[in-house]
Design a protein around this ligand. Structure first.
Ligand code: C2O
Ligand code: CU
Ligand code: CU
Length: 511
């Protein structure tokens, strides 16, 4: 895809943004090198041996009721003590008692109505990340569910919608097969809420996908990758700012990095796999940590990670990679053919951006051969087109640290109700996203196509429909987006959860 850019204006803006980075932050945080956005918060416990815990698979949530057009679910958000590290108790905030929360299996075109009851002692907000969702169910950061025990009357203050004790979120699922996830989205405290455990999968299936013969059932593994730190008593460590402040203490404002890597809530787990193809739905649900995922050993001939989908759903055709960079909130749907390994091989999933314990993620132990290993089709689907040449508007967003305001968009810290863009539904727009530092930028409501990076072709891993794009330091990324169907207020923000809480977020209104 090619699109004409004004080369001079574009690169000049990127260089100006880079200049901002060099000025640093009055709070004392230093800007770190590429690949290391954030500061390590070490655990105060002995770390467990890798590859001893078995990979947990989050349970699939049963609807409490179905009718002709919808499945109805109920999730109780509540404090729960989990055993994440052997022999230690970790108090967590959970969706339904587990971390990750239960998986919602949705059918394209069929509504999921999820009642969230809040039995935490904190207000909560739920967002379906990647969902094409009406604004009143999108989890605007001020649309709180107050704790059930404190609930009096639902109120509308400052024009926002505050619910008492529980709220029903309606997800039309009018989108193709995709790996979505739901998570907390409270204003100023999302990083802490995520760290405490409020995240789960929401998988959309459709007929087109089902006809492809992709690995299913026990060979379709959702993998939620997170990092965490633990205090001596087993609780999660997190450098929370004061009770009435947003985000984290100044040294951690670049992002909080843990030294324990969890997959589906278990430290460095092991999965026993047949010598066959598996679909791995990789989700980086970490607050700030980026990973460069690679299998070790590589299979003969390389190309181990065959990507079939990105954030927004299936690609047109598979793309083979040796390694994948995944920033917070991104998803890569990949197929790995373990029949390329000799049975008995331990295949480790490495993080080439980590060091020491964080350089490993999990392992796959290849068991016996199997007679049944269906091939992967060469074509996955006809990709819907979006022609950037038909764009009606170009908008520019600068993501930068400002000594006076923290993390900002176009120089402004988040303020509810301040609208940075008013895109018209159904029209194509070009958004130029310009960074000083690493910022995984996320748009609500609709996915987008990545057109260019610093005026050059995007990376192979930028293919397909994205809802989060990882901006590298001093980078200008152009995307094409078209918002459809739902008029209302939506969010644009950095998905480094600490940046998000410390104000790198903005409202846009579709109309
Ligand atoms: Cu995954 Cu606005 O968030
Ligand atoms: Cu989102
Ligand atoms: Cu950021």
């Amino acid at each position: 895809m090619s699109f004409a850019l004004s080369r001079r204006g574009f690169l000049g803006a990127a260089a100006a943004a880079a200049g901002v980075a060099a000025t640093g932050w009055a709070g004392g945080a230093r800007l770190l090198g590429p690949g290391d956005p954030g500061l390590l918060l070490p655990s105060q416990v002995a770390l467990p041996r890798p590859f001893t815990a078995e990979l947990p698979i989050p349970r699939v949530l049963e609807p409490i009721r179905r009718d002709a057009g919808a499945d109805y679910y109920e999730i109780v958000q509540r404090p729960t003590e989990l055993e994440i590290l052997p022999g230690l108790r970790t108090p967590a905030w959970t969706y339904g008692g587990s971390f990750p929360g239960p998986t919602i299996l949705a059918r394209s075109g069929r509504r999921s109505v999820v009642r969230h009851r809040n039995e935490l002692d904190q207000p909560a907000v739920v967002h379906l990340h990647g969902g094409h969702t009406p604004a009143d169910s999108d989890g605007y950061p001020m649309d709180l569910i107050l704790p059930a025990h404190a609930a009096a009357h639902p109120t509308h203050h400052a024009g926002r919608d505050v619910a008492a004790g529980q709220r029903d979120y309606t997800y039309p699922n009018q989108q193709g097969a995709a790996t979505l996830w739901y998570h907390d989205h409270r204003h100023g405290g999302t990083g802490y809420a995520l760290w405490q455990g409020l995240a789960g999968f929401h998988l959309v299936h459709d007929d087109e996908q089902d006809a492809l013969g992709l690995p299913t059932g026990a060979r379709d593994l959702p993998l939620m990758i997170t990092d965490r730190s633990f205090a001596a008593d087993g609780s999660f460590r997190y450098p929370r700012a004061g009770a009435h402040q947003h985000g984290v203490t100044a040294p951690y404002m670049n992002g909080v990095l843990g030294d324990v890597i969890l997959v589906n809530g278990a430290p460095w787990p092991v999965a026993r796999v047949d010598a066959a193809r598996y679909r791995l739905r990789l989700l980086n649900a970490s607050n700030a940590r980026r990973y460069r995922l690679e299998l070790d050993p590589q299979p003969p001939g390389g190309d181990a990670l065959v990507q079939i989908g990105s954030d927004g759903g299936l690609l047109g055709r598979p793309i083979a990679h040796d390694r994948l960079d995944i920033s917070p909130a991104e998803r890569f749907d990949i197929v790995v053919d373990f029949s390329r390994y000799r049975p008995g091989t331990r295949v480790r999933l490495l993080n080439r951006l980590g060091s020491g314990a964080t350089a490993e993620v999990m392992s796959f132990d290849v068991t016996g051969p199997t007679g049944d290993n269906p091939p992967l089709p060469a074509r996955l689907r006809t990709e819907p087109a979006l022609d950037p040449a038909r764009a009606v508007t170009t908008r520019t967003f600068h993501f930068q640290l400002r000594p006076d305001h923290g993390w900002t968009i176009n120089g402004l810290p988040y303020e509810a109700g301040r609208v940075l863009a008013r895109p018209r539904l159904g029209t194509v727009e070009i958004w130029r996203l310009i960074s000083d530092f690493h910022h995984p930028i996320h748009l609500h409501l609709d996915p987008f196509l990545v057109l260019s990076r610093n005026n050059r072709a995007p990376n192979p891993a930028d293919a397909g429909w994205k809802d989060t794009v990882d901006l590298r330091p001093a980078e200008a990324v152009e995307i094409a987006v078209r918002f459809t169907d739902h008029a209302g207020t939506y969010m644009l923000h950095c998905h480094n959860a600490e940046h998000e809480d410390m104000a790198m977020m903005a409202d846009f209104v579709t109309e």
